[in-house]
Design a protein around this ligand. Structure first.
Ligand code: SF4
Length: 276
């Protein structure tokens, strides 16, 4: 992550936007200080921030709660995903509270919510969610290893902190999920890395486990390449093979097999939803 994040306050014309995965999504920020090297959301700011490295800027949608409230008066009720192209609880949220205000409105209006984060700050807002039956709360984990996570997701909370927040979400009665993805080739998609990830997750018994592989997306290779090189350059040929060659589908088959095996050992197989 860039040490200096450029924060800009911007105005938006709408905050509740139509989504392909859910009925709606709400993105209180554009850009993401979590700066995940494999991030698929970087495409969303390619025109507004040309040439700026992903993770080096965040636009704070300062009027998003006002626009959301206006939209809620006339929108048809539906599922809302927070957030599709940013982490709603990334670092600037501690100061701005935009996500909290949006969340409060959505809860008041009774919208079913699907909340996903890599940030322990989300726990701050559990006072709004306690007793909400239409909320699913989840954390993303790509590895259980804190060092690997600090290279691949430099601005996010550590894996242990994310799991602690998930535990708290369960304690207050929310339906919970873990998004295991992208599993990192050679690091968390096999052997000890995969086993310890499942052991930690199984200990918390989330209701659903989403599992995803590393996919190729525009603009991410250079950052992935640098991250892998800094951990174990010997893995680079495998990343190239998985992302750029016809062997990609063989990798998927083998990955599914490995995940099914480990999930069975931990009694989690029935809870898996595949994302590839
Ligand atoms: S948390 Fe999500 S949106 Fe933010 S950088 Fe990571 S993958 Fe991208």
């Amino acid at each position: 992550m860039c040490s200096q994040i450029r924060i800009r306050e911007v105005l938006v014309r709408s905050a509740l936007t139509r989504s392909r995965l859910f009925d709606y999504c709400v993105n209180p920020y554009a850009g993401c200080a979590n700066a995940c090297v494999y991030c698929y959301a970087r495409f969303a700011t390619r025109f507004s921030h040309p040439g700026e490295p992903w993770g080096s800027f965040v636009d704070v949608r300062i009027n998003a709660p006002v626009m959301l409230e206006r939209q809620l008066h006339r929108a048809r009720r539906g599922d809302v995903y927070m957030s599709s192209v940013c982490d709603a609880w990334q670092k600037p949220e501690a100061q701005y509270g935009i996500s909290r205000r949006c969340l409060s409105l959505l809860v008041d209006w009774g919208y079913p919510l699907f909340l996903q984060t890599k940030s322990a700050l989300a726990e701050r807002d559990f006072d709004l969610l306690s007793g909400c039956t239409a909320v699913q709360f989840g954390v993303t984990l790509t590895t259980q290893d804190a060092f690997t996570a600090s290279i691949f997701e430099p601005g996010a909370s550590s894996p242990a902190e994310r799991l602690r927040v998930l535990q708290e979400a369960k304690r207050i009665g929310l339906r919970t999920f873990v998004f295991l993805g992208p599993l990192l080739p050679g690091l968390s998609d096999r052997g000890h890395g995969l086993g310890s990830l499942f052991a930690d997750v199984a200990g918390l018994q989330p209701d659903i486990l989403y599992v995803d592989r590393l996919n190729r997306r525009a603009g991410m290779w250079r950052a992935v390449c640098a991250a892998v090189s800094s951990i174990d350059p010997a893995l680079l040929p495998e990343y190239r093979r998985i992302l750029f060659s016809a062997e990609s589908s063989d990798y998927e088959v083998a990955l599914r097999h490995r995940v099914e095996q480990v999930a069975s050992e931990h009694g989690m197989l029935q809870r898996i939803h595949w994302c590839f």
